[in-house]
Design a protein around this ligand. Structure first.
Ligand SMILES: [Fe+2]
Length: 390
């Protein structure tokens, strides 16, 4: 009760009504925010993380093992970017995306989770838009600009994922171009390489059979085609997956802040539930959140997914650069790529310390390190491994 001696009886009543309205308003807003978060968590997990990196890489990896000899230069290039992906996908099928598995139990769409993932694949996924520049343009946050090194201009300059990602995209593209030009000095060599053609044909027509008739598939006839296809694959396996995966616990592990699931809808004013909501909005909110068991399972899984193993191999590192022994030019080019990745890491550090970049630096703002290439083991919210390995 506000003091009528200070406010006067009428003003006091008006203010109380206002505060009560604000409190309820805030709570409705928080409830709405929680629902937005739970929907976003579903899109993140089912479409962007599982579908666009783990699942869509798998056909290319399977076909590489079936069609390319271990001595083939493209197999050697892709090898570190295929590490552990088939293993982690097999584990995901057993316990995460399986019927009644963790994903169905902990995300709002429940038993329709995989159906939604499949629908997004059928209606939205396009390999030719999966590279970073094409994806940013498709999402309406960049426009083509031939004067820029990566051929586009960001409409939001202080967008950490995009601006750091473009540094990595450029480094990958330069490395892949040097590599491809070394082994395929002209496009006829690309056309006449049977193993290479069979690899791509099987990836598209067997692995991605449901979409194989789509006209947007890039052809593989020139060295430029090969550079573009390989850069996209390595981008998806490394930086794109890292940006989606390793922040899951640090950014989303606290369930009340970002619930993956809401068990009660926002009540309509004519609904009986609305009275319950008005009587105690906080209780209503808490009862809408995942159950204790659901929340615990979800937290355990995203904690595991966000963890780097001690034997992780990061972008710019290779266990065996000697795989190219006898080809000093390529070994040197690889070390040049490694040096560029280290330079990018320093640039990201500088950006995170720049107070003009308010989306990554300032009071209460987390630095954006998801695309900082190196990391120690554990949950570090940074580090770009070579492959989709968790
Ligand atoms: Fe992952």
């Amino acid at each position: 009760m506000l003091d009528p001696e200070i406010y006067g009886p009428q003003e006091s009543a008006l203010k109380e009504e206002h505060i009560a309205g604000q409190l309820n308003g805030m709570t409705v807003q928080q409830l709405a925010k929680a629902h937005v978060c739970s929907n976003d968590a579903g899109v993140h997990q089912l479409v962007n993380h599982w579908l666009r990196t783990h699942a869509c890489m798998e056909p290319f990896i399977l076909a590489a093992h079936r069609q390319l000899s271990a001595m083939h230069p493209i197999f050697k290039l892709l090898d570190p970017h295929m590490r552990y992906t088939l293993e982690i996908n097999a584990l995901a099928r057993q316990t995460l995306i399986s019927a009644d598995g963790v994903i169905e139990n902990c995300f709002t769409p429940g038993r329709y989770c995989m159906e939604m993932s499949a629908a997004a694949y059928r209606s939205h996924w396009r390999f030719d838009k999966e590279g970073l520049p094409a994806d940013l343009i498709r999402r309406g946050i960049a426009v083509p600009d031939p004067t820029q090194p990566h051929g586009l201009k960001l409409l939001i300059e202080d967008y950490p994922y995009a601006s750091d990602g473009l540094l990595i995209w450029n480094a990958l593209e330069n490395w892949v171009r040097t590599y491809v030009n070394r082994y395929y000095p002209n496009s006829s060599l690309v056309c006449n390489d049977r193993e290479l053609q069979q690899w791509y044909h099987e990836s598209v027509h067997v692995g991605h059979a449901d979409l194989s008739k789509e006209s947007w598939w890039p052809s593989l006839k020139t060295t430029d085609d090969l550079v573009s296809i390989l850069t996209t694959l390595i981008w998806l396996a490394s930086a794109q997956h890292a940006a989606l995966n390793f922040g899951q616990y640090p950014y989303g592990g606290y369930v009340p802040n970002r619930p993956p699931l809401m068990r009660r809808l926002i009540p309509d004013e004519n609904d009986l539930e609305y009275a319950n909501f008005l009587a105690d909005p906080q209780k209503y909110f808490l009862s809408a959140l995942p159950s204790l068991l659901q929340a615990t399972k979800f937290m355990a899984v995203v904690d595991t997914l966000s963890t780097h193993s001690p034997d992780e191999e990061y972008l710019g590192e290779r266990q065996h650069p000697s795989i190219w022994s006898g080809d000093a030019e390529i070994i040197e080019a690889f070390y040049g790529f490694s040096a560029e990745i280290r330079r990018i890491e320093k640039e990201i550090e500088k950006r995170n310390a720049n107070p003009n970049l308010k989306n990554r630096c300032g009071a209460g703002v987390l630095p954006y390190e998801l695309l900082a290439p190196s990391s120690g083991p554990g949950v570090t919210c940074r580090g770009v491994p070579n492959s989709v390995s968790i």
